[in-house]
Design a binder for this molecule. Structure first.
Ligand SMILES: Cc1ncc(COP(=O)(O)O)c(C=O)c1O
Length: 383
């Protein structure tokens, strides 16, 4: 079609009724570039082992034989396998009724907000946290309020407690360890927040509800040894939800499998809003097969943690401010012009992320070759 003809046909297109509040919104997404060192989205740098690939392939082939049927809507076998993994990782046992999963923790969060946020409601978060949180909240037509963090980028518990009292949020989103700062709150701090959140939700039918506290443990497996997971608090706090994912430590970002552990009542509420059959038979089969390889995945963690700590020390020795990280990335800075540093690194085949406090950059922990490439490129661009 010639350019003029094409324009003419476009002119005839009817105007689409896009929601007004989306008019200025651009699609979310970090760059996906084919460069030597991809250190911008906190993936596990190691591909699955040949044994894991073989098991996934076999399981998917078996599931393909039944693709004329809808999948198990309640994915009971997968929830059992996730319960086994959680027990192996944290030492805590949960029944299937306390486990839920969806296509990435992104979808888990969207379902949670579908049940507990909504028009006229408020979701509370903190500044310098996961950049998707405002997107989830927008999708739920709710208001997002952020409380400031301390100057060392840890959660300011007093500010958070005040926020809970002031805005009566139905949901609190707390990434722990936090992205992009890598910082983590202690168990004592979480308990303080959870105690107060028992009675800070909106009033419904003349009764004060709780704020649902979502502790997003996407990076839980990278936390320092001895630091307990919020899973240990579920028994005492039924308004706590612990969200996790297979995208990071488990090395399965491409699978899209996030899950949560919560009181059975929370799962029952999510079931009111989930779309039926949201987890395909292929996803369920692949995830179960992958979880059979938990031991080998968990074995890699010590090496990644050690590389993270070395990189953080190295960056500190170069004079950068580096918040104490318990995740698989390091935030460092400040730079007078972080975009320039980001672009100069990219010119050298190293892709990192411009995110977080003014002037800071975030780098994910990669293979030792990627780590070397990053260090060398950073030295060159800051010389
Ligand atoms: C704090 C946090 N939560 C959730 C996610 C998303 O994980 P998923 O891949 O399971 O959607 C990320 C990914 O970067 C994250 O940083």
């Amino acid at each position: 079609m010639g350019a003029r003809k094409e324009r003419a046909s476009m002119e005839q297109s009817p105007l689409l009724p896009l929601r007004e509040e989306l008019a200025q919104v651009t699609p979310y997404g970090a760059p996906q570039l084919d460069v030597a060192a991809r250190l911008n989205v906190n993936e596990n740098p190691y591909p699955p082992s040949p044994g894991m690939i073989a098991d996934i392939t076999q399981a998917v082939a078996r599931a393909a034989e039944g693709l004329n049927r809808y999948p198990d809507r309640d994915f009971t076998a997968l929830r059992k396998a996730l319960a086994g993994y959680v027990r192996r990782e944290s030492g805590l046992s949960f029944p299937v009724e306390q486990i839920w999963a969806a296509n990435g923790s992104n979808e888990v969060m969207a379902q949670l907000l579908g049940a507990y946020a909504g028009p006229g409601r408020t979701v509370l978060g903190t500044e310098y946290s996961y950049s998707m949180y405002p997107e989830y909240v927008r999708g739920a037509h709710s208001r997002y309020v952020r409380v400031p963090r301390r100057s060392d980028y840890n959660v300011d518990v007093d500010a958070l407690l005040q926020g809970l009292r002031e805005v009566s949020p139905s949901v609190l989103l707390l990434a722990n360890p936090n992205n992009p700062t890598g910082t983590a709150s202690s168990e004592a701090e979480l308990i303080q927040i959870l105690q107060q959140a028992r009675e800070t939700g909106p009033v419904i039918d003349d009764r004060r509800t709780a704020t649902v506290v979502v502790v997003d443990e996407a990076y839980a497996e990278f936390r320092s040894p001895g630091q307990p997971s919020a899973l240990a608090l579920l028994e005492k706090f039924p308004h706590l939800v612990v969200s996790r994912t297979m995208s990071k430590s488990f090395g399965m970002a491409g699978l899209r499998l996030g899950y949560l552990v919560a009181a059975p009542e929370v799962i029952a509420d999510i079931m009111r809003v989930r779309l039926p059959y949201h987890l395909s038979a292929l996803t369920q089969a692949a995830a179960i097969a992958a979880l059979g390889h938990a031991e080998e995945q968990l074995r890699q963690l010590a090496e990644l943690r050690e590389r993270r700590d070395n990189l953080a020390s190295w960056l500190e020795s170069k004079g950068y401010t580096v918040p104490r990280t318990q995740a698989n990335f390091v935030l460092f800075g400040p730079f007078p012009d972080r975009h320039q540093i980001f672009s100069d690194l990219l010119d050298r085949g190293v892709l990192i992320r411009e995110v977080g406090p003014e002037g800071f950059l975030r780098v994910s922990i990669g293979t030792s070759q990627e780590d070397q490439a990053f260090r060398q490129a950073l030295e060159e661009v800051t010389r």
